[in-house]
Design a protein around this ligand. Structure first.
Ligand code: EPZ
Length: 553
């Protein structure tokens, strides 16, 4: 299936401008997250060209936290530094004493696609055990930092990250992991996690075999980072196998850690101790020989969810589009669904790859060699087939693609059943899709009326299913819609591009009358995880405009 992609360099294609996004407060306080601005998304007849894919937000957040486990400089490249979440994590690192230098192509807002370079140096003597509550409150993933801080400082004091629109999101699995590594952990009445290594030398101890109840991504990150600095070995069973875990392990191993099996459900970690512990530290790789980890230069993997979102854009608009760089094997569940829906997917060389591999000469990340371009060729508009799917931990269908794939089914011919099993309330896009003319109702897995059944059992929404009746050639109807979380916002932009409804009859009765483009509010959510999405879409021919003021009613 390989065919060489076009040679035009991906990054130069995305020109951007327009007003800066608001500072995002991410998941924990989602009410305040809305900047009032919106995206005006016009129905899109066709797209063409190459979309540049940024470094993965969810890998970069873990890599930044992972740099706290390292005693020397960590140089991270392909960091989407315009993202609100990335900036929030940098604030967390700085609040515990790490020096963080942000460089790279003029990336000062979420509207400017960037491939930034971030240099982190968390010296032991500067490291503090309690990050600022303000910084933590901005970002749920800040809890990733708890593991390395606990391991290096022997204790950590950190507010519990709140829940968000998609679920309660507890951290019990993280805390279980810390206890297994020899820490005493309590959660105070003020909702602060206080953890401290029990051993007299203040160091964590290998957990032996630690079985996780659920393959949580965040908990696996936290345990891998902490166990890397423990004295002794740890084997995590039923670990999360997401590519972001593998990328974190690659960075830590390049800094002297001894992690095997990342990217699978069984990860073994030979702890190297903490610098100065006098404990085992053989100075391998970036190791210091005195225990602890050194530093490295590392390229973040491309964002498989941003890439998946762009594939769905192309499929719903019915246009051929190329994305670069991507790592195809990270996206198999999503591309398999798109192929079932009637699209073809071709893999080619990374666009502009040769110049990049030269610049990444001293990269020690093993992902660089696996980068490719991906070209999707969908059926003509209205020709998509509906596809059932169930979300699941990697390598299953990513929950972060669920809302976008709901839009794919909304644009298809036929009926699909979509089941969400990872987050209990990741459905905020549903009422908005109904406003765009999509018939979708909750049913339980067997298709019966779930609401009645759901109320009967405790976990009302676990494994909830949505039945979507695709509009096919009839097309979606424009509407004023609001994204209440990151992926829902992206899905509604896809839906806006896929609107095919004629521009109304002007009788002003509001039934989808085409008063212009679909207006998608809730941009602060979007800016947390998509860097310059509107600019990238304009780069391939879409008419998408950021407007600062709220849509008129
Ligand atoms: C990561 O969140 C991602 N975030 C999420 O992406 C992604 O949806 C999720 O993994 C699943 O793939 C980042 O990497 C920053 P989990 P995380 O721990 O680590 C339950 C996006 O859109 N759970 O794997 O928080 C939890 O409630 C975001 O980019 C516990 O019960 O996800 C959830 O139902 C959204 N106890 C399930 O596990 C725990 O201690 C999966 O959570 C931890 C998790």
């Amino acid at each position: 299936m390989t065919r060489a992609a076009s040679s035009r360099s991906a990054r130069s294609s995305a020109s951007s401008s327009s007003s800066s996004s608001s500072s995002s407060s991410s998941s924990s306080s989602h009410g305040a997250a809305d900047s009032g601005g919106y995206l005006a998304v016009s129905p899109c007849a066709s797209l063409r060209g190459v979309v540049p894919i940024a470094g993965a937000k969810n890998a970069v957040l873990a890599l930044l936290a992972g740099a706290l486990a390292c005693g020397d400089e960590v140089v991270l490249r392909d960091v989407p530094i315009g993202l609100a979440d990335v900036r929030a994590m940098i604030d967390v690192l700085r609040s515990v004493g790490a020096r963080v230098d942000v460089g790279g192509e003029d990336a000062n807002t979420a509207n400017t696609p960037s491939s930034g370079v971030v240099v982190v140096h968390a010296r032991a003597e500067d490291l503090r055990a309690s990050p600022s509550a303000d910084a933590v409150a901005k970002l749920r993933a800040s809890f990733f930092a708890a593991g390395p801080i606990l391991a290096r400082a022997g204790r950590v004091s950190m507010p519990l990250p709140g829940g968000c629109a998609i679920g309660a999101r507890p951290v019990d699995l993280h805390l279980d992991g810390f206890r297994a590594l020899g820490a005493v952990v309590e959660v105070t009445s003020r909702g602060v996690v206080e953890a401290r290594a029990i051993a007299r030398d203040g160091k964590l101890r290998g957990a032996g075999t630690h079985v996780m109840r659920f393959p949580s991504v965040g908990a696996t990150h936290a345990i891998v980072m902490a166990a890397s600095l423990a004295v002794g070995d740890t084997t995590i069973v039923n670990a999360a196998a997401e590519p972001e875990i593998e990328d974190l392990a690659a960075m830590l191993n390049a800094s002297g850690a001894k992690i095997r099996g990342a990217g699978t459900s069984v990860i073994t970690i030979e702890g190297v101790g903490v610098a100065g512990s006098g404990e085992k530290g053989d100075g391998g790789g970036g190791g210091t020989g005195r225990g602890g980890l050194g530093g490295c230069a590392h390229d973040a993997i491309p964002d498989r969810i941003e890439a998946g979102t762009m594939l769905v854009v192309a499929a719903c608009v019915g246009s051929t589009l190329t994305l670069s760089p991507v790592i195809p094997e990270h996206m198999t569940a999503t591309t398999a669904l798109l192929i079932d829906a009637g699209c073809s997917i071709d893999v080619g060389d990374e666009v502009g790859g040769e110049s990049k591999s030269k610049s990444k000469s001293n990269s020690n990340s093993n992902s660089t060699s696996r980068r490719r371009s991906m070209t999707i060729t969908p059926p003509p508009r209205g020709g998509l087939r509906a596809v059932d799917f169930t979300t699941a931990p990697y390598p299953g269908v990513p929950t972060d693609m669920q809302p976008q794939l709901c839009v794919l089914n909304a644009c298809a011919e036929g009926v699909a059943i979509v089941r969400e099993t990872v987050f209990e309330s990741r459905w905020s896009h549903v009422p908005e899709l109904r406003r765009m003319g999509v018939e979708c109702d909750f049913v339980d897995a067997d298709g019966d009326d779930a609401v009645a059944n759901a109320n009967a059992n405790a976990n009302a929404n676990a494994g909830r299913s949505l039945r979507i009746v695709g509009v096919g050639a009839r097309g979606l109807r424009r509407a004023d819609v609001r994204g209440s979380d990151l992926r829902a916002s992206a899905a509604l932009i896809v839906a806006g591009l896929a609107v095919m409804a004629p521009m109304g009859d002007g009788d002003g009765d509001g039934d989808g009358e085409a008063q212009g483009p679909t207006r998608v509010a809730g941009l602060a959510h979007l800016d947390r995880g998509y860097e310059g999405l509107d600019a990238k879409l304009r780069g391939v021919g879409a008419d998408v405009e950021r407007r600062p003021v709220p849509p008129r009613k």
